[in-house]
Design a binder for this molecule. Structure first.
Ligand code: SF4
Ligand code: SF4
Length: 150
């Protein structure tokens, strides 16, 4: 579903309830699309899922249907190094107080970067097809690889 933008003829003014919806390529130059509702001063201190997003913020849209493969997270192996959180280009690693909690599947696009940067052996994140049940993925998790003897 494409998300229409509410716009007016007045450059730089955007009002909810405007006369018509326009596509992203019809938005007048200079129009302001606010990311948050109300006061935004303390947004940086509010957890992402508790912020008051406006309808123009991409956070309120799910991109789950874009994925064909997804990362699955294995808590038993993770060492909470936060590498995946730092490197995820879509801020889709959920971490609290330096503890990895899981994947935000509404916003993860399945790029696999988090798996690449995970340092554990075996990895604590692995990619699976979108149709794979997470429990099945965890049940078949690979064993630790032994170092080859020299
Ligand atoms: S697959 Fe990509 S978008 Fe999804 S959590 Fe990993 S790094 Fe982020
Ligand atoms: S990179 Fe791997 S070990 Fe580090 S926090 Fe993420 S899942 Fe855990």
């Amino acid at each position: 579903m494409s998300r229409g933008v509410l716009g007016t003829d007045k450059r730089g003014i955007l009002e909810l309830g405007a006369e018509k919806k326009v596509g992203w390529d019809e938005v007048p130059q200079g129009v302001v699309l606010h990311s948050f509702e109300g006061e935004i001063g303390n947004t940086a201190h509010i957890r992402p899922e508790e912020r008051e997003y406006s309808q123009f913020n991409s956070y309120i849209a799910s991109v789950a249907s874009w994925r064909v493969i997804k990362p699955v997270y294995n808590r038993d192996i993770c060492i909470d190094c936060q590498n995946c959180w730092v490197w995820c280009p879509d801020t889709s690693i959920i971490s609290r107080d330096k503890q990895m909690l899981g994947i935000d599947y509404d916003h993860c696009k399945g790029c696999g970067v988090c798996v690449e940067v995970c340092p554990t052996n075996p990895k604590s994140l692995l990619m699976f097809t979108e149709a794979t049940e997470n429990d099945d993925a965890l049940a078949g998790w690979p064993e630790k690889k032994k170092k080859a003897k020299k």
